[in-house]
Write a protein that binds this ligand. Structure first.
Ligand code: DX5
Ligand code: ZN
Length: 219
């Protein structure tokens, strides 16, 4: 089994204090920082964009994992790459040339990732796997933090892990995002996910370090 990576979703943090919140994540042992970009079209809300990421980049050396919940990712990739993203994640349901976006992300020297919403069949990502370092299986509807984990996503994770392992994509990372806590994180890991995004499960925990260790499976 791959080592579990915990990516802390800033959406659940005190948004007026990224510096303090990121240092809290670092002290708790989070591996990556997850940066949720919403454009008010692909999802209802608007969060933050590349100019904000540029400042986040200055306060941490942790990998920055950018989740683009935007209608037109192609127009944003270069901005986020220049701002210091390490992983750029686009949605398969967004508009434009998905394969072209994934190629562009890699050509900029970044890790490419493809996300799918809960209603999207997992088979839709299979043709894109040669262009992906990671697939993000959303375990809630994108748009808001603090929602409940959708257990029906577990068979999708399992199917993807099996398909990847049997078709030469053993190195593929599988990320889950939405409603992740110790219990749901364990179910997702058991199904084959190795990267856990957690917002509420970390930032609202009474002890972030304990919560992070529990997600990783180090008690
Ligand atoms: C939802 C975002 C998530 C969100 C997860 O659209 O993609 O990253 O922050 O939040 P929790 O962990 O609270 O479900
Ligand atoms: Zn996210």
């Amino acid at each position: 089994m791959k080592e579990t990576i915990v990516s802390a979703s800033l959406l659940a943090s005190n948004l007026a204090d990224f510096t303090g919140e990121i240092s809290r994540c670092e002290r708790a042992g989070a591996d990556w920082i997850h940066f949720d970009v919403m454009d008010g079209h692909f999802v209802e809300q608007i969060t933050y964009g590349a100019p904000v990421l540029k400042f986040v980049r200055k306060v941490t050396e942790k990998p920055l994992d950018v989740h683009l919940m935007v209608e037109n990712p192609q127009s944003q990739i270069k901005f986020f790459s220049d701002a210091g993203a390490d992983i750029i994640d686009i949605h398969i349901e967004s508009k434009g040339d998905i394969a072209g976006c994934l190629r562009e992300i890699r050509s900029l020297g970044k890790k490419s990732a493809l996300a799918l919403k809960p209603d999207t069949p997992v088979e839709r990502v299979y043709d894109y796997l040669p262009l992906c370092d990671m697939v993000l299986v959303m375990t809630v509807e994108p748009g808001y933090g603090g929602q409940g984990f959708i257990y029906e996503m577990l068979p999708k994770i399992k199917a993807l892990r099996n398909y990847a392992d049997n078709n030469g994509f053993e190195k593929l990372d599988i990320q889950v995002d939405g409603g992740i806590n110790e219990k749901t994180g364990d179910s997702a890991k058991y199904a084959g996910a190795n990267i856990l995004v957690a917002g509420t499960g970390l930032f609202k925990a009474p002890d972030m370090k304990a919560a992070c260790n529990a997600l990783k499976g180090n008690q």
